[in-house]
Design a protein. Structure first.
Length: 296
């Protein structure tokens, strides 16, 4: 928030660098966070203390990192690639649709922030209970977490629906056409925010249980099997046109939540016989959840 405007627009002796400034701000922020993280860990004031001699390769943990991290990396890559492909479809309707899509996308990302936070918290609590062998408690936390996520994101959706025009005007203050179309996209999307909360909660629960493949497959299915084909059909093969693009998002979200809930209810995700290695994997998975939240 500080380095972006400083490097993009400049201030005092610092000249504005535009896009290059944004990139430098991102790199600088990540570097600063890394340095602070190392200092905290080396001082050992929060229960974990590292020494420079600890920084040596450990093949077992490297293998675990790839095993747990590879599905998550594929999931994130699939999500990013899917959004890039969808942008080409949006662009086929002109600059108005691209601008409205940008406004709606920004709002969605802002709304998803609390959902990611809840997903991480739910996942950590579920993982702790599974690791302790308390599967009943893990189930209770999972159910409550889904309801809380749904309620919080539904409230966010209600606020977005009511103030859609004001929100769109904040991003594009001087173009009535973009404001109107952006507000329409926000209102259509807002109905599914609660379902996004459920889906992210389920993803966090499954990851906490050590199942990294299921969230990856759900994301791939959501992007490539449901959202993109639906957006293409509704926008190109119906009379909805550009509005069909907007409707494809909430429909895809609802469809994926139904699929996720059915799969979730039919599997015994919480009933696993834990070895010492399994407990270490669950702990490592919780670290991945937290790291993904920080990056998001």
């Amino acid at each position: 928030l500080i380095l972006d405007p400083l490097f993009i627009f400049g201030w005092g002796p610092i000249h504005g660098m535009g896009v290059m400034g944004a990139a430098l701000a991102t790199i600088g922020t990540q570097l600063l966070a890394t340095v602070i993280g190392f200092i905290v860990l080396l001082r050992g004031k929060y229960g974990i203390q590292l020494d420079f001699k600890d920084f040596k390769p450990h093949l077992l943990f490297i293998k675990k990192a790839f095993k747990l991290g590879f599905p998550a990396s594929i999931e994130q890559s699939s999500r990013a690639l899917g959004m890039s492909v969808l942008t080409f479809l949006v662009a086929s309707f002109g600059t108005l649709s691209v601008a409205a899509y940008g406004v709606g996308g920004n709002i969605t990302m802002i709304v998803i922030i609390p959902a990611f936070g809840l997903s991480i918290a739910i996942g950590v609590l579920v993982g702790q209970n599974i690791g302790a062998g308390n599967t009943k408690r893990a189930e209770e936390v999972a159910r409550l977490g889904q309801w809380v996520s749904f309620a919080v994101l539904t409230l966010c959706g209600l606020i977005a629906f009511i103030f859609a025009s004001h929100i769109a005007r904040f991003f594009i203050p001087s173009d009535p056409a973009i404001i109107a179309e952006g507000a329409r996209f926000i209102r259509i999307m807002s109905f599914s925010f609660g379902f996004i909360g459920i889906q992210l909660a389920i993803n966090g629960i499954l990851r906490a249980a050590g199942n990294m493949m299921a969230p990856m497959m759900m994301t791939i299915t959501s992007q490539w099997v449901v959202l993109f084909p639906l957006a293409y059909i509704l926008s190109k093969h119906t009379n909805l046109g550009m509005t069909g693009l907007w409707y494809s998002f909430p429909i895809a979200n609802i469809v994926m939540v139904v699929i996720a809930l059915i799969w979730f209810s039919k599997t015994s995700w919480q009933r696993i016989n834990l070895t010492k290695e399994d407990r270490e994997e669950i702990h490592a998975t919780q670290e991945i959840l937290i790291e993904e939240g920080v990056r998001g």
